[in-house]
Each structure stands twice: as C-alpha cells, then as structure tokens.
Write a protein that binds this ligand. Structure first.
Ligand code: M6R
Length: 614
C-alpha cells in the first residue's frame, strides 16, 4: 500500500515525481504529495485525493529543485486529508520524509517525542519519523556531516517497530537523499548522473534498466553520481546492480482503455513467457532454478501452498495438480491465517509461496515462519528480486510482465501455469505418474496460448451479458472440483471491481444452505469443464433454474446449452489446466460490468495493488 518515488539528478524533480506517482497510483490513491529541496529550503505540496490534484496546487509549477521525494497514500493511520498526506516534516522543517508501511509503536514514540517538546500536526504514524530523526540529529554533538545525517536516520529506524520504506531529504544536505527499507518495497534505478527511487520497478522503467534492489535495513546515501550502502553498524557494504529485462512499454496502456483490459489480452503472451523453456517442444520439462533430487522429494510428506487473494486461488489449482500427479498431501492456506494458526511444519515440509508482487506482508511473514520451523521454501513471484524471492530457498518467476491493474488477471493465469509445470517437474523426478499422462499435460500446456486467444473471442457475448446484469445486487458462482477454484476467482473479481456482492460455492454444497438465497431473477454462473463432474453440476444448476435463477454457464463440454440463458463455450483442455481458460470469461464479465457502471476499473475503491501492511 502507498507508493513512494524519489529523484536526485539535474532535471526539475517535481514533474518526474508526479509522473512516477501517477504510475504508482494503483498502490494507493487517497492523497498525494511532494517535497523538493529548493534554494530557500524544503518545499512541501500535498493534497487529499488523486495525484492529479497536485497539479492544481499553488506554486507547484514554480518548484525548481532537482532533488525530491513523493508519495501516494492508502490510508492506515488517520483519515485521508491534506494534513495526513505525506510528506511529513519535523517541527523545525529541516527533514522531509515519505513512508510506506506501518509503525506499530508510534504511540509510544509520539509520547516520548511529546515529552521532549515535539508537537504533532497529523494523525499519522509517519510523523514520528522526521521528528525522531531531528531528535537524534540534534543530540549528536559531532560536526554536521552526511554521516551524522545517516546516524540520525539509522538511530530513528532502530526505534521503529513495524514495516517501512522511507526516503528522507534535509535542507542541511541539499545534494543528498537517504533511503532505507524494512519489510516494505523500495528499489533504486541508477543512471550516470541521476538516481530514481520507487516502490516498484515499472514506475521508473522508462528511465533506466539498472537497479539496486535493497535488502532490509541497508541504509543508502544517494547523491547524483553515487549510491553508498551501509549496514546497521554503518559499515559500508558493496552492492551490484541488477539489469531488469522488462520492456518499458509493458508499463503503459498501449492504446487500451484500461490496464486491466490490456492485461487480460496479454495473457497469451504472458503464459508463453511463463512456459518459456521449461517445457520444450520435445516435451522435456526443466527448471534451471530448482535442483531437487528424488531423495529430497521422497522425504517431503506435506506441502503447503500459501498466498493471499487471487494468488491463493492459483494455489488451489496447484494443490489439485500436485496431489493428482505427485500424491503428496497438499494444503492451501491464506497467508494471514497460516502465520497465526500454529501450522504443523518440520524439515520434511515443503512450503510454496505465491505472490505476484512478492511484497505482500502476510505472505512474507508466513514465509519467515515456515523457514524458522525448518521447511524448504519455494517462492513463485512475478517481480524479480522482490522480498519473497530474497527470503525463499528457491525462487521461480512467472515472467508475466508488470501487472498494473489492481485486479489480478494475467498474474493468475501465469501462476496456474507455473505451478502445473512445477507439479510435472516433481512428478517426473518422483516417477509418481505415467509418462503418457505427463506428456499429454505438457502438450496441453504448450497449446494454452493459442487456446487463450480462442477463448478471448467470447468478448462480445460477455459484453452483451454484462449489459443485462450490471445493475444486479447479488450473483452466485458455482463449480465442482477444479471449477470451484475458478468460481472463487470469478466471484472475487466481480466484488473487487464492480462492487456487486457475490458468493462462490461448490455446486453440491448449495442445497445445504445458500439455495435459500436463490429467488426469481438472481444470476447464477456455472463453470463446468470436467467431463467427470459436468452432469452433477448441471443437476445443481437445474435446481437454481427451478427457483427462478438466470444462468450463464462456461463450459467446454458437449451438453445441451438450451436450458441456460447464456452459454460461453471455451476450448477443450485437460481439467488440470482448465482454470487458465475458464477464468477468462469471468475476468471479462467483471471488467464489462465495472465499465457499464462507470467505475474506475484499474483503481477500485478501498483497494491497493500491493498489500504491504498486515
Ligand atoms: O501480490 P500478491 O499476489 O501477493 O497479491 C495478493 C492479493 O492481494 C491479490 O491477488 C488481490 O487479491 C488481487 N487484487 C485480486 O485481484
């Protein structure tokens, strides 16, 4: 949550900062602000509302400073308001700070500072940070120097409990910026005489491909020409840059109305990239990132797949394939539950963490827990160098390209593909499934990009259906087996961007309670892609039709479509990978409903792309 940007170079900082915030707005969008170092000292401009409001502020165009920090907020402590917007300053207005994360002990720190004469003007947890820096800076009797500034930031950070990515500038040091992160994302893009700082890579990808990926508590002093890194003892440490291969146009809308629509249409390419060379045309399956032996895999007696939201739904499909192909008991856990439920973990447990951003706070915490209990850990992420990939024993990337829309689409399909390939890789080592079955599944995976293109042709049919149902208050999504996992994802997508209440159920479970909610005109969406279960699901859908429901079905089975109001027919495939196709009409449905309602598809209310707080 919250996006932060920084610039240090020779150009005017403010337009660069606002452009960066606009790209990061999907992380939070209830207030925004910038602070630059001007000839007269630090300037601050901030306002409640979207980033574009900054352009209307008095004096914003007159800012000349070439160093600055900026923030777009997703409120945690204190309502969205001008006062609570970042940046925040200390009482003497010597230090400006932007912060992403949560300071858990801010009340205690605020009391300490108030007892030392400091005043607070916002309800945020962040405001303690610039004041603590000022407190330590003035207590330090050494001559002013950049190391004294660094010491003050370090001392302040060591007092903080919680998570933070922060940028600090000071009127005393007009050529520098200090940045540090702990459990919140922050990257530094570097060019010859410029440094760009951001919460994530896509926001600054148009300036550079060379990035420093910061680890927790690496204190960094930036100047136009250098980046110096220090540990908590303030010993200097050497860091190399990583070259990021993403194309900068991947972070632009490229003629599409919204990022979500673009990302839905990118799925054939994204899935192709995910498969990459992991399955070759001669059906060899390889994972160059993984080095598991049969002995190691044989010892694994339990697998947990841990994730949040859509990534967790991809995990449900992973469980299905891993259990079928590898015969290892697999459980899927919501990260925020897993970390507090005292799960049974030992050295024979394998934990797989799925996170598009790789920065989801609950997923990171669950990963740390699993490691501390001795489990082997694998991270599945879309973001190179993201936090979970740096924590886990092994990391494998989806390579789906940046996903900007808050609603996850291509990340989901590429996660499902990747976990299926992972299951095949394990099954081959374990010899737990016949070669013909695995080869057939590999062939199916290779044919998915084409089949996704085929599936996307249902767009007009879905648009027409969306026009009929967009004013509804409730919808139901039903499926059995693998289709139930897709029902869950369809329901989440609908809630998230169209604000229609929806429920997903295992189709057979409906009659145990929720069928009481079915009345004349209610929309029920049934997903049926598994030959073995289709007749059963049809019976359940008949039960709701009898009670007046309007039905849309998504199927690849040869059945009589006439009993349903609408049938979307998608290409046939192996049920293990059918979510990759059957989810697409549901993504499009929630998209078109949201558009019909005139909502902001890419930035739905109350949500943020990357949930970096607990
Ligand atoms: O970055 P992550 O994959 O860890 O994010 C997990 C969820 O927050 C995310 O999938 C969320 O549910 C999406 N907004 C759903 O569209």
């Amino acid at each position: 949550m919250c996006g932060i940007v920084g610039y240090i170079g020779n150009k005017k900082a403010c337009p660069i900062l606002i452009a960066g915030l606009t790209r990061l707005e999907y992380r939070g969008y209830d207030s925004a602000g910038v602070s630059t170092i001007e000839k007269k000292g630090l300037s601050i401009k901030k306002a409640k509302g979207r980033v574009k409001n900054l352009n209307t502020l008095d004096g914003i165009n007159e800012l000349e400073g070439t160093i600055g920090i900026a923030h777009t907020r997703w409120a945690t402590h204190g309502k969205p308001s001008d006062e609570n917007a970042h940046p925040h300053q200390d009482n003497s207005k010597t230090f400006s700070v932007v912060h992403n994360g949560i300071i858990e002990n801010y009340t205690e720190l605020r009391n300490l500072l108030e007892n030392n004469g400091y005043h607070f003007y916002s309800q945020t947890d962040t405001e303690v940070i610039p004041n603590l820096i000022h407190y330590y800076f003035t207590k330090d009797k050494e001559k002013d120097s950049i190391m004294k500034f660094l010491r003050a930031v370090r001392n302040a950070c060591l007092d903080l409990k919680g998570s933070y990515a922060i940028e600090v500038i000071s009127s005393y040091f007009p050529d520098n910026m200090i940045v540090v992160r702990k459990d919140s994302p922050l990257v530094i893009g570097t060019c010859e005489n410029e440094k760009y700082i951001s919460s994530d890579i896509p926001a600054i990808l148009s300036y550079t491909r060379d990035f420093y990926l910061l680890n927790d508590l690496e204190f960094t002093i930036l100047s136009r020409t250098s980046a110096k890194f220090f540990d908590t003892e303030l010993n200097e440490i050497k860091k190399k840059t990583d070259v990021i291969e993403w194309n900068s146009s991947a972070a632009e809308k490229d003629g599409y109305e919204d990022f979500m629509l673009k990302e839905i249409y990118e799925q054939p390419t994204a899935v192709r990239e995910t498969i990459g060379s992991r399955i070759s045309n001669n059906l060899k399956c390889e994972f160059e990132e993984l080095k598991f032996t049969k002995e190691q895999l044989k010892k694994i007696n339990k697998i947990y797949i841990i994730a949040c939201g859509t990534a967790m739904h991809a995990g449900l499909s992973g469980k299905n394939t891993i259990e079928k192909l590898c015969r290892i008991p697999t459980e899927v856990d919501i990260a925020s539950e897993f970390r507090y439920r005292d799960p049974i973990i030992d050295k024979n447990t394998l934990c797989i963490f799925i996170s598009q951003s790789g920065e989801t706070a609950d997923t990171i915490a669950a990963l740390k827990l699993a490691k501390s209990e001795g489990a082997t850990t694998i991270a599945i992420s879309n973001v190179i160098g993201s936090s979970i990939t740096r924590e886990a024993d092994y990391s494998i990337y989806t390579h789906a390209g940046p996903e900007i829309a808050v609603a996850s689409t291509k990340a989901y399909t590429s996660q499902v593909v990747l976990i299926n390939i992972l299951a095949i890789y394990f099954a081959e080592i374990l010899k737990s499934t016949k070669k013909e079955i695995l080869d057939n599944l590999k062939q199916e995976i290779l044919s998915l990009p084409k089949k996704i293109e085929e599936t996307l042709k249902c767009k007009d049919q879905i648009l027409e259906f969306a026009k009929k149902v967009y004013q509804e208050k409730d919808m139901f999504f039903l499926g059995r087996g693998i289709d139930e996992t897709v029902a869950k994802e369809g329901s989440l997508k609908l809630k998230e961007i169209s604000y229609i209440h929806s429920e997903s159920y295992a189709a057979g479970e409906l009659k145990h309670g929720p069928i009481a909610l079915i009345e004349n005109g209610v929309t029920v969406i049934g997903i049926m892609t598994d030959e073995k279960l289709v007749e059963k699901t049809i019976s359940n859908i008949q039960e709701v039709i009898t009670r007046g429901a309007k039905t849309l079905i998504i199927t690849n089975q040869k059945i009589n479509y006439n009993s349903f109001n609408e049938a979307i027919v998608i290409p046939e495939t192996n049920p293990l990978v059918s979510p990759i196709l059957s989810v697409i009409p549901l993504q499009l449905l929630s998209y078109f409903i949201s558009k019909e309602k005139g909502l902001d598809v890419d930035k739905p209310r109350n949500l943020a792309k990357s949930v970096t707080v607990e």
